[in-house]
Ligand binder design. Structure first.
Ligand code: AHR
Length: 647
């Protein structure tokens, strides 16, 4: 007691005790460190059905053109029988025709009629080649389903087979088509062999005539085991990014190739056989099996906030420019259709968040998700040309959404470039209308990213915030990725005005790329993670919500560093990037943070500048001092994560 009295009356100890009390409860006492709040949603992902990202990609369906809706409009050499073949062997014969009378649903008009005149010894039927072949693995189960309608009277037994291209049967089930109304049949086929380019055969074993539609084969193992789900390896690679948010369904796909081709979310929900498929602006087809329900569910499964983007009721200004002669350019929905269109946008918010007693909340519940999807963000428009037609329609939608849903952050758009007419006009419009956030896009050389790290330093903090919705440097080398990393430290530094950012595009199927570079490349059998992927992963796995300036000092060009804290874990995170050719010595001063935890990790990404593959981060233990020097190796990104003292 006497000692306590002594220290209390001794001013030196009094100050010490007060400082200790002040920093108690804070992990890294910030009393002496400058800091600012930054967005907790800074690094997310951009998903567009581009380069077979959805059909033939993330969407786990293995049958290509399952509903016979491919058309020359998608691609001039495509038609309803693309990816299919008529199968007859062993002296059987018959015919195959595409028909449209009495379809399953008017949204899904085409189907096949198989007429078997003589089933011969081996039957007569159809073969589907999948997307570059169907990948099957021995012992794995595949969920098959089909809709049939008997045109003749007698039931028709069908053999459903996984086959090699040569005809060896690698798995088989039998079903019998037995009604003259459309009926769905389901069965599980177990593969007996591995094959990277198998086919699916539907073989009729009796004489008769049968209508066939919606032939589906989905691996039993999908990401999170969802029935109409996502490919598990791609889903996991995306989940491993730990994105704060996911933007979908595009990109240019959103505003579409002409007014008829705009992405209308209501066409993409409900039973898959009733969804309205359409041409993909990237010159292929959208089955919309991966539709709005699946997007929301996938966001939930990967822990990302959903960020849907709806068209601003205008089509893409480049409509028709690429592959149609005499394109339409930007067109606006007639103004008398705007009230219905605005209702469509409001209904989307209700579909995501509304109670199960609401019209659209009930549809979400019927799809198996009574709980809200917690929609917080909504994009309107995608880099649209800033015409009076666009602005009028945007404003009509924006005003109603904001007045009815002030809780939703609505994101506007400011063109496809970091500067120029649409950028200027877009920002002027945003400021005049006090938009909350706008979507900037740019694809530039790596040197541009290295030279423009000051871009956001002088953006007005009191005005509209930025969503950097699409950006990438032109390439997939480590140098490209490091230029992006340097730039991303500037996004963190400006995380009080840049609230969200997403690299674009995310996925591309090798052999079907409409755009390069991409973050993840894949085939039917595997995936390739680019250096850009690992940079995105290191930043998004190590996001913070508090930014500390001036913690790391260094001399050099093409070098950058940041220091953030993640309040959820209490961890302190340093990122050090050297995109240059020579080592750079950095000094970190953490003396303002106390106490320091000696439990830290260093994750190091390094390689040759030109490397595109096999550049993988390695994590080791790291012992941080209050002040330490760190040698930033040429062509490297280092992430030092100092665990909270709480642990
Ligand atoms: O990311 C590829 C395309 O680039 C997007 O569809 C479009 O928004 C941008 O021009």
């Amino acid at each position: 007691m006497g000692f306590i009295k002594y220290v209390w009356y001794n001013s030196f100890y009094r100050i010490t005790i007060l400082l200790c009390l002040l920093s108690a409860g804070s992990i890294y006492g910030q009393n002496t460190v400058k800091r600012k709040q930054i967005s907790p949603n800074l690094f997310g992902i951009f998903f567009e059905d581009l380069s077979y990202a959805a059909d033939g990609g993330l969407y786990a369906e293995l049958i290509q053109n399952r509903s016979f809706e491919y058309a020359p409009d998608d691609r001039k050499d495509w038609q309803p029988f693309t990816a299919w073949e008529y199968l007859t062997k062993g002296y059987g014969y018959g015919t195959v025709s595409v028909e449209t009378r009495e379809p399953i649903h008017p949204n899904n008009p085409h189907y096949i009629v198989l007429k078997v005149d003589d089933a011969g010894q081996e039957g007569v039927g159809l073969i589907n080649y999948g997307f570059d072949g169907i990948v099957i693995r021995a012992g794995e189960k595949y969920n098959f389903s089909v809709f049939t309608r008997l045109v003749s009277e007698q039931p028709i037994p069908l053999s459903i087979q996984l086959r090699s291209k040569k005809g060896d049967v690698y798995g088989e089930v039998a079903i019998t088509a037995n009604t003259q109304k459309w009926n769905k049949y389901s069965a599980v086929i177990e593969a007996t062999h591995n094959d990277d380019s198998a086919v699916l055969a539907i073989v009729a074993k009796n004489k008769g005539t049968l209508a066939i539609d919606m032939v589906s084969l989905i691996p039993d193992k999908t990401f999170h085991g969802r029935a109409n789900g996502m490919r598990s390896d791609l889903g996991q690679a995306i989940a491993d990014l730990k994105p704060a948010f996911m933007r979908f369904p595009g990109g240019c796909l959103v505003h579409g190739d002409g007014l008829e081709n705009m992405y209308r979310w209501k066409n993409t929900i409900g039973p898959v056989e009733e969804r309205k498929e359409q041409r993909n602006i990237w010159n292929y087809h959208q089955s919309v099996g991966l539709g709005y329900f699946e997007y929301f569910q996938f966001c939930e499964d990967i822990g990302a906030k959903p960020l849907p983007v709806v068209p601003a009721a205008v089509s893409c200004q480049n409509s028709g420019g690429t592959w149609k002669i005499g394109g339409t350019g930007q067109r606006g929905l007639p103004l008398d259709e705007m009230p219905d269109y605005i209702t469509e946008v409001l209904d989307l918010i209700e579909y995501a968040n509304g109670p199960v007693t609401s019209t659209w909340g009930a549809k979400r519940a019927a799809a198996g998700h009574p709980a809200s999807f917690h929609l917080e963000f909504l994009g309107i428009g995608n880099e649209d040309k800033q015409t009076p037609e666009f602005r009028e329609r945007f404003k009509l939608i924006y005003d109603v959404v904001k007045s009815k849903h002030p809780e939703i952050t609505v994101i506007g758009t400011v063109g496809p470039s970091p500067a120029g007419e649409d950028y200027e006009l877009g920002w002027k419009f945003a400021n005049e209308n006090m938009l909350q956030m706008v979507d900037e896009h740019y694809y530039e050389k790596p040197e541009w990213f290295l030279a423009n790290t000051g871009r956001y330093d002088n953006y007005d903090r009191k005005k509209t915030k930025v969503y950097l919705g699409e950006y990438a440097s032109w390439g997939n080398t480590l140098f490209n990725a490091l230029a992006e990393a340097v730039y991303m430290t500037s996004l963190e530094r400006n995380g009080d005005v840049v609230n969200m950012a997403s690299y674009a595009p995310l996925l591309a199927r090798i052999g079907h790329t409409s755009w390069n570079p991409n973050l993840i490349y894949f085939t039917g059998t595997g995936i390739t993670l680019t250096p850009n992927y690992y940079v995105q992963q290191l930043f998004s796995n190590n996001q913070g919500d508090i930014y500390y300036p001036d913690i790391v000092s260094f001399k050099g060009t093409n070098v950058a560093a940041s220091c953030v804290k993640d309040s959820k874990t209490g961890d302190l995170i340093l990122k050090l990037v050297n995109a240059g050719e020579t080592p750079v010595l950095a000094k970190a001063n953490l003396s303002g943070f106390r106490p320091l935890n000696s439990n830290a990790t260093l994750t190091f990404l390094n390689g040759q500048n030109e490397a595109k593959e096999n550049v993988v981060p390695v994590t080791t233990a790291f012992k941080p001092e209050k002040q330490f020097t760190y040698n930033m190796a040429p062509h490297s990104l280092s992430v030092i994560r100092i665990k909270s003292k709480k642990e």
